[in-house]
Design a protein around this ligand. Sequence first.
Ligand code: PLP
Length: 426
Amino acid sequence: MAKQLKPETLCVQAGWTPKKGEPRVLPIYQSTTFKYDTSEQMARLFDLEDSGYFYTRLQNPTNDAVAAKIAALEGGVAAMLTSSGQAANFYAIFNICQAGDHFVCSSAIYGGTFNLFGVTMKKLGIEVTFVSPDASEEELSAAFRPNTKALFGETISNPSLEVLDIEKFARVAHSHGVPLILDNTFPTPINCRPFEWGADIVVHSTTKYMDGHATSVGGCIVDSGNFDWDAYADKYPGLCTPDESYHGLTYTKAFGKGAYITKATAQLMRDLGSIPSPQNSFLLNLGLETLHLRMPQHCRNAQQIAEYLLKNEKVAWVNYCGLPDNKYYALAQKYMPNGSCGVISFGLKGGRDVSIKFMDALEIIAIVTHVADARSCVLHPASHTHRQMSDEQLLEAGVRPDLIRMSVGIENADDLIADIEQALNA
Ligand code: PLP
């Protein structure tokens, strides 16, 4: 599908263009395997000499159509779906890092990613250095080592809601000859397209706004095709030298701008196998068809609620980058002029215990371990998602102990405010 189409059209139509007599709606290819007429035809697929489907762990038409839609929305050249956002983040790094390598990462990231990078990947011999998203270019540069292979951050961090200065991070990454990988889950490509600001690879937990209805856990990696791996061939032997597990094929030579995603699919997915089910990809696609309608409503509602909370005397503090006095307001206006996301964080006077009582009194807004759903919900990260982190790590990740994360849905804002008010008075 042509790239110049607008996001609204891409949300509805990209990825699946039926030919004569084919289903109008993306079909669910719920099949593990695909039939061929000759052994030779199948052999050519295994050698990556022909493209075609043979086993769903490697590729499936439903999954590929949805990946293509997300690639089109981000303005990338190729994408791969994964079974979760965690898998997407793991593969995005593991595709270019091996034991003995290092990467630099903003400390303001989702707790699960912080643990994956800081604890689990360390066990695989891959080290990370966390840096403040507000670090100067000199401070960021100081974290790089000769074996550093990537710089990673979240466009808007979960749950601390810090807005990354994408151009600054891209400049530093490129000055060290490494790609900038951004988790763009919270703004989605409707509100921010990081490739336009210099990011090289984008990852998503599609579980969030992209699905939007809390039906399917999933993830996605999108490659801009802009990073020149061959210019730093010594750093990226996995992409730039022959892969013995694939008959000596060199990904950059064989696939050009598609090298990174082809390697992730043909090697990592082949070996580690975290694919989404085609059924889940079908549901994700339904979500994507209305992403452009839902995001503005999430943002409008969140703005209204943030402004209400700011004026309420029972509220100690409010963090939302759409508020003019917010530390990240200017960055949000620059990178996301049409709105950021529907997630707000705040604390109540009286601290942690009062915050928990308030949450228990809510009626429409539910306590769930989720965010970025059509239905409004709340969570107390220090007791829930981030409970494995020490107080020091919590503060490093920008999470205050009294922080309530409210994911504002697409209901009527007045109804949500009435619910908040009755819970504050309870
Ligand atoms: N990235 C971000 C920004 C997230 O908020 C999350 C989950 O909350 C993840 C990644 C992990 O995604 P998943 O829960 O789909 O594995």
